[in-house]
Design a protein around this ligand. Structure first.
Ligand code: TXA
Ligand code: MG
Length: 340
């Protein structure tokens, strides 16, 4: 049996499967079946109040899951699907409450990855899929990251190579006016606005539709975090922070932005170069690309890699503040937030 046939047969029998998308790997289950979706929450250790994104194979399938497919949704889906844009719309009764954390809205996207699309077509049902990592840990941009986080808890990972975008989809709510970015991602606001819609970047104070569910729990400050303490420092201060931590006898990782990093190569850990990983008198250095799409593609691999060395602290240079970096800055800010 082919891997794809194996995956779709597991999904049809109510199990979960990890699969590649263009953003990060997802942990999928039949979105229309409550018991299947419950297995996602169990495998990830995800709290029930955090709703899931539903993945569809085309616009038609998305329309059939909502009660109010708006002209804005149509325009955005035509422009950006398949692609890294999740649209939050009013759900219809086909979607069990477990997917939406009891809320009346649902996030839907069509992933731009041949394996994800082939899997969706083979299953003939939509797949609810959060990122395929243990809750609160770094998202996976390779199959190896999925295995490192969920081995023994899921039956199968489809390996489609490193994800090309590298950070999770932009989440845009269309149930508010103007539309709101709930999570910045690969598609920035200015590009969305080219579809003729107005986009706000901040959260409204009240939940949409007046429901008492978290607006977008992915926006909770602690998320996507490595186990190692991560410090974000301005470009001018990062090297100094690294030196002073080394003087204190700490084992230090250093995510540095470098103009010399080659663009466009895969974000596999085998290719990513780390200087001095086991040498305590100098930092373990990862050079990150200067260009934001290349940086995003390598972000989680760099965090996974540095987190795998027994370091005490990772110092990361803050990326530029321009809007094109918003998704990356958002993930780094969360990774740098600790509860203690
Ligand atoms: O790129 C992605 O979006 C990846 C791949 C696998 O598609 N998926 C992903 O899922 O990042 P997850 O579960 O890690 O993040 C889903 C985000 C969370 O921030 C969640 O709160 C938000 O989407 N979300 C889901 N449904 C929502 C809803 N009805 N209203 C508001 N936010 C919602
Ligand atoms: Mg996630």
């Amino acid at each position: 049996m082919s891997a794809l046939a194996h995956a779709s047969s597991l999904l049809r029998s109510g199990d979960v499967v990890a699969f590649p998308t263009e953003t990060v790997y997802g942990l999928g289950a039949n979105a229309l079946d409550e018991a299947s979706v419950a297995k996602i929450f169990a495998a990830k250790g995800r709290p029930a109040h955090n709703p899931l994104i539903i993945h569809v194979s085309d616009i038609e399938e998305a329309r059939g899951l909502t009660s109010d497919w708006t002209p804005e949704a149509e325009a955005l889906a035509l422009a950006f699907w398949p692609g890294p844009l999740s649209l939050v719309l009013k759900k219809n009764s086909k979607i069990p409450g477990i997917v939406t954390a009891g809320g009346e809205t649902v996030a839907i996207r069509c992933p731009d990855h041949p394996v994800a699309l082939a899997l969706l077509r083979a299953c003939k049902f939509p797949l609810a899929a959060p990122s395929a990592n243990r809750s609160n840990y770094i998202s996976p941009s390779t199959a190896a990251h999925v295995i490192a986080s969920l081995d023994g808890r899921i039956p199968l990972v489809l390996d489609g190579g490193p994800c090309k975008a590298g950070i999770e989809s932009t989440v845009l709510s269309l149930v508010t006016s103007p539309a709101q970015i709930l999570r910045p991602g690969p598609i920035p606001a200015a590009i969305l606005e080219r579809c003729g819609i107005q986009v706000a970047l901040t959260n409204p104070a009240v939940d949409h539709l007046g429901k008492n569910i978290p607006q977008s729990p992915g926006q909770m400050p602690v998320h996507y975090a490595p186990t190692t303490l991560l410090l974000l420092r301005h470009k001018n201060e990062a090297a100094e922070t690294v030196s002073s931590l080394l003087l204190q006898g700490k084992k230090v990782g250093y995510m540095r932005v470098s103009a010399e990093t080659t663009f466009g190569f895969d974000c596999t850990e085998a290719i990513m170069k780390v200087e001095n990983p086991e040498n305590n008198s100098s930092p373990a250095v990862v050079d990150m690309p200067e260009e934001p799409t290349a940086y995003a593609k390598q972000l989680y691999a760099a965090l996974h890699l540095l987190d795998s060395y027994n370091l005490e602290v990772i110092v990361c240079e803050q990326p530029p503040s321009s809007p094109i970096w918003a998704g990356i800055t958002d993930r780094l800010n969360r990774a740098a937030t600790t509860t203690n």
